[in-house]
Design a protein around this ligand. Structure first.
Ligand code: AMP
Ligand code: GLY
Length: 428
């Protein structure tokens, strides 16, 4: 069996690692992949956003399954293109991917489906958006509706900040078309967690909850990033919580998507917040999350390839189940100097031997002389799996410490909320 993996980050490395375990005889191809994925897959220098070139590649290689990591090719319609050519591909169509690529569409689906989320208003004009912000009152959240590389959400402490964000999006067009519509949204407070579900459009196979750490610095301080680490499982919620999320969030959302002619197949990611008045959806993504995937897949004991293949073939996953290890995973991201604003590329990386961790590469490349070098903002994702969260954190951080390259950045406290919960539980 030949599998094409589209993308070149640590999420795609973790997917390649898991699919290779599930089917050791499968031949993996990655476009474009990275220096770590190259140990598992044949990497071809085709960009994840070059849809015609990806289609030519999949046809020429006669791949049996294509798995798409990032949102951009999904939002651009890679699934429609491949299916139209008779190829088997895992992921949502362009119309279904709108659940991530348009926050205004996601909001309207949630309203139709009566899914709990923050109140929001859609505005195209700065003056009406500013009035709406005043009606909500500070703090208030201003969001560019379209895909803005994780930068389109501004949590505003004051109305001045809200005015500034609105001007940036609607007057200065800082996010181009992605910011031509903004959502003015009620501010919510609470702890966030991510739940992923594989879905054939109707049936849902949820994964265990994970928690991402978006801020650059320990203690969740500093600027927002693509994610500096993740851990799973999350004891904040019990097993009944996931059933509740399926019943109250995934099932009605999928049903509303089917009803509007954009049935969603693939992996639906629900970003949730546990507020004082209950669970709320912060956002949906149309793909595996990064870095949560790097923490989750090492805990998944059952096969991932089978349900992904069934979904890609348009088959039902009713009755399928996932089995999880009862251990703990902590993923620490090692990033480049200057990340997230101006990551510095080119530094030479020296890696210690990775016997006790899973090392997923993100922004790594080989230079002409074969040296491993930094080629992106997030460089490595180091996952340790252990019997306790504290041990997993210690092992993951110990490895990150031993990685050598100039200017490396990493957090040493991934999972800190969970450790605090554990400490409190032990005291009571
Ligand atoms: P999003 O891209 O919609 O997930 O937003 C990015 C981050 O902004 C989320 O992970 C939250 O931390 C924060 N955020 C988004 N919406 C809200 C909201 N309504 N209230 C408070 N924080 C929010
Ligand atoms: N972990 C956040 C994301 O993948 O969007």
């Amino acid at each position: 069996m030949k599998i094409l993996i589209v993308g070149g980050g640590a999420r795609e490395h973790a997917l390649a690692w898991k699919l290779a375990r599930d089917n050791p005889s499968a031949e993996l191809i990655a476009a474009p992949g990275n220096a770590g994925i190259a140990a598992l897959a044949r990497c071809v220098p085709t960009s994840a956003s070059d849809l015609p070139a990806l289609l030519s590649l999949a046809r020429a290689e006669q791949v049996d399954l294509t798995v798409v990591g990032p949102e951009a090719p999904l939002a651009a319609g890679i699934v429609d293109l491949f299916r139209g050519a008779g190829l088997t591909i895992f992921g949502p169509t362009r119309a279904a991917a709108t659940i991530e690529s348009s926050k205004s569409f996601a909001k309207s689906i949630m309203q139709t489906a009566a899914v709990p989320t923050a109140r929001a208003e859609l505005h195209r004009r700065a003056d009406s958006a500013k009035r709406a912000a005043r009606n909500f009152g500070a703090p208030v959240v201003i969001k560019a509706s379209g895909l803005a590389a994780g930068k389109g959400v501004v949590v505003c402490e004051t109305l001045d900040e809200a005015d500034h964000a609105i001007n940036l999006m609607l007057r200065d067009h800082a996010f181009g078309a992605a910011g031509a519509e903004v959502l003015v949204e009620e501010f919510m407070q609470g702890e966030e967690l991510s739940i992923f579900a594989l879905t054939d459009g109707t049936n849902v196979l949820p994964m265990i909850p994970a928690q991402d750490h978006k801020r650059l610095l320990n203690g969740d301080r500093g600027p927002n990033t693509g994610g500096m680490g993740a851990y799973a499982p999350v004891s904040l919620v019990g097993p009944e919580f996931v059933d509740d999320v399926v019943d109250r969030i995934f099932t009605p959302t999928l049903s509303a998507l089917r009803a509007c002619g954009c049935a969603f197949t693939g992996l639906l990611y629900a970003g949730l917040m546990l507020t004082a008045s209950g669970i709320r959806v912060v956002e949906f993504n149309c793909r595996f999350g990064d870095p949560e995937t790097e923490a989750l897949l090492p805990l998944l004991e059952s096969n991932l390839l089978d349900p992904m293949l069934a979904i890609a073939r348009g088959e039902s996953i009713a009755g399928a189940a996932l089995q999880w290890s009862d251990r703990h995973a902590v993923t620490t991201v090692v990033a480049a100097e200057g990340y997230p604003e101006h990551p510095k590329k080119g530094a030479t990386i020296t890696l210690p031997s990775a016997d006790d961790v899973l090392l997923f590469h993100a922004g790594t490349a080989r230079s002409g002389d074969g040296a491993l070098t930094v080629s992106g903002g997030r460089v490595l994702a180091v996952t340790a799996v252990a019997d306790t969260l504290a041990d997993a954190q210690r092992e993951s951080v110990a490895f990150a410490e031993r990685v050598q390259f100039d200017g490396k950045l990493y957090r040493t406290d991934i999972g800190w909320r969970e450790l605090l919960r554990g400490a409190r539980a032990a005291r009571n």
